[in-house]
Design a protein around this ligand. Structure first.
Ligand SMILES: Cc1cc2nc3c(=O)[nH]c(=O)nc-3n(C[C@H](O)[C@H](O)[C@H](O)COP(=O)(O)OP(=O)(O)OC[C@H]3O[C@@H](n4cnc5c(N)ncnc54)[C@H](O)[C@@H]3O)c2cc1C
Length: 334
C-alpha cells in the first residue's frame, strides 16, 4: 500500500535549515515504490522582500526530490508560537493522507511541535531518531539512543496510524538537488487561532555565526577553561575552522558561558564531523550529547580523564598551550 511521507521544513533567518534536507534524505531512504513525499513549509512573510525569499525556499524544497510542497504563509507564523504553528500543521494535515508519516528535525521547534501534533493526530511518535531503515516486512524501524547513549533501541510503528518522527540533526547526509526536479508548490489559506501567548521578541544569547546543533566542527570548553576570558582562544580556533563553540555544563554552571552552548544530556545533542573537547573531563552526561561525533579530539592535562575513552585523538597537556599551538599551526596551513 502506498504511503505518504511529509517533511515539516524549518527555516531560520529566512534560510532552509540543513536538518530539513537531512529529514528528506531519511524519509527517502525508507520509501517504497509508489510512496509520495510532500514538504510542508510554514512561513511568516511580512512584505514583498520576505515573500520573495519564501518563494525561493519553497522552490528549493521542490528541487530536492519532493512530490509536492505545501506552503502556508501568514505573518502570524513569523515567530514560533506553538498554538499557531500547530494549527497551521493541522491545516496542512487536512490536505494530506490521514495516515501520513511525518518527519521533523529534532530541533527546539521540532521537539516542541512533534508531540503536540502526535496528540492531535492520534499518531505514534519516535523522538531523536539516529537511523531509520525499511525492514523486509515494509515496516520502518527507527533507532534511538537510551540512557544517555548507553543503549540503543529500535522501534517500529503498527500499520494504519499516522506517525511522527524527529530526526537528530547532523546524523543523515542531506538530500541533494535532483536535476530537473520542480515539484508543484501549493499555497494553503490560513486563519490563525487565538493564541494564549504572543512572542514579542526573540533575543539570541549565543554568540557566533554557526548554529551549534548543525555545526560540522565544534570546539567545546569545560571547567578546565577556568574563566569566560579563557574561552577566547577556543572561539578563535572555532572561527579558524569555520565551526562553533560549545561547552560542558561545568563551564556553564561556573558562569564562563551561556547555557545556550551547553552540550550533553540536559543540553544540546550534537553530531559534528569534528569535536574538540578542551578541559572537559568526560562525565557520562556530557558524553550523552557528543559521543556520536565522527572524530573526537580531547585536550586534557589529566591522562586518566574519561573523555580519552571516547576520543579518537588525545592530547595530554595544558589547553592554554595546546590550543594556541593548534591555532598557530592551522593558521599557516589554512
Ligand atoms: C542530571 C544531570 C544532568 C547533567 N547534564 C549535563 C550536560 O548536559 N552536559 C554536561 O556537560 N554535564 C552535565 N552534567 C554535569 C556532569 O555530571 C559534569 O559535572 C560536567 O560535565 C563536568 O563538566 P567539566 O568536564 O567541564 O568539568 P570537570 O569535571 O571539573 O572537568 C574539568 C576537566 O578539565 C581538565 N583541566 C583543568 N585544567 C586544564 C588545563 N589547563 N588544560 C587541560 N585540561 C584541564 C581537568 O583535568 C578535568 O578533566 C549533568 C549532571 C547531572 C547530575
Amino acid at each position: 500500500m502506498m504511503s505518504q511521507h511529509v517533511i515539516v521544513a524549518e527555516c531560520r533567518d529566512g534560510k532552509l535549515r540543513r536538518v530539513s534536507l537531512e529529514a528528506i534524505a531519511a524519509a527517502k531512504g525508507c520509501m517504497a515504490d509508489g510512496d509520495r513525499l510532500a514538504a510542508v513549509l510554514l512561513l511568516g512573510s511580512d512584505g514583498a522582500g520576505e515573500a520573495a525569499a519564501a518563494s525561493a525556499t519553497a522552490k528549493l524544497l521542490a528541487q530536492h526530490g519532493t512530490d509536492e510542497v505545501i506552503v502556508i504563509d501568514h505573518p502570524s507564523l513569523g515567530r514560533y508560537a506553538p498554538q499557531v504553528h500547530l494549527a497551521a500543521l493541522l491545516e496542512a494535515a487536512k490536505a494530506l493522507a490521514p495516515e501520513a508519516r511525518w518527519w521533523l528535525g529534532h530541533t527546539a521547534i521540532g521537539r516542541d511541535l512533534a508531540p503536540r501534533l502526535a496528540a492531535r493526530l492520534g499518531a505514534g511518535q519516535v523522538s531523536d531518531a539516529l537511523a531509520a531503515a525499511r525492514g523486509a516486512d515494509g515496516r520502518i524501524v527507527f533507532t534511538r539512543a537510551l540512557h544517555a547513549g548507553k543503549a540503543l533501541e529500535r522501534r517500529a510503528f503498527l500499520p494504519g496510524y499516522p506517525t511522527i518522527v524527529t530526526v537528530r540533526p547532523n546524523n543523515f547526509a542531506p538530500a541533494a538537488i535532483v536535476a530537473g526536479a520542480a515539484a508543484p508548490i501549493r499555497s494553503l489559506p490560513f486563519t490563525p487561532p487565538q493564541s494564549h501567548t504572543i512572542v514579542c521578541d526573540v533575543v539570541r544569547r549565543a554568540s557566533g555565526t554557526v548554529d551549534l546543533a548543525e555545526a560540522r566542527i565544534i570546539v567545546a570548553g569545560g571547567r578546565g577553561v577556568k574563566s569566560a576570558a579563557g574561552f577566547a582562544p577556543l572561539a578563535e580556533l572555532a572561527a579558524l575552522l569555520g565551526g562553533a563553540v560549545g561547552a560542558s555544563r561545568g563551564a556553564c554552571d561556573a558562569g564562563y558561558c551561556d547555557y545556550a552552548l551547553q552540550i550533553g544530556q540536559t543540553g544540546k545533542t550534537v553530531t559534528p564531523d569534528l569535536y574538540i573537547a578542551c578541559g572537559i573531563s568526560g562525565a557520562v552526561q556530557h558524553l550523552a550529547g557528543m559521543s556520536r561525533s565522527r572524530v573526537i579530539v580531547a585536550i586534557n592535562k589529566d591522562p586518566d580523564a574519561p573523555i580519552f575513552s571516547v576520543a579518537d585523538y588525545g592530547i595530554v597537556g595544558d589547553l592554554f598551550e595546546v590550543v594556541p599551538a593548534l591555532i598557530d599551526g592551522l593558521s599557516s596551513e589554512l
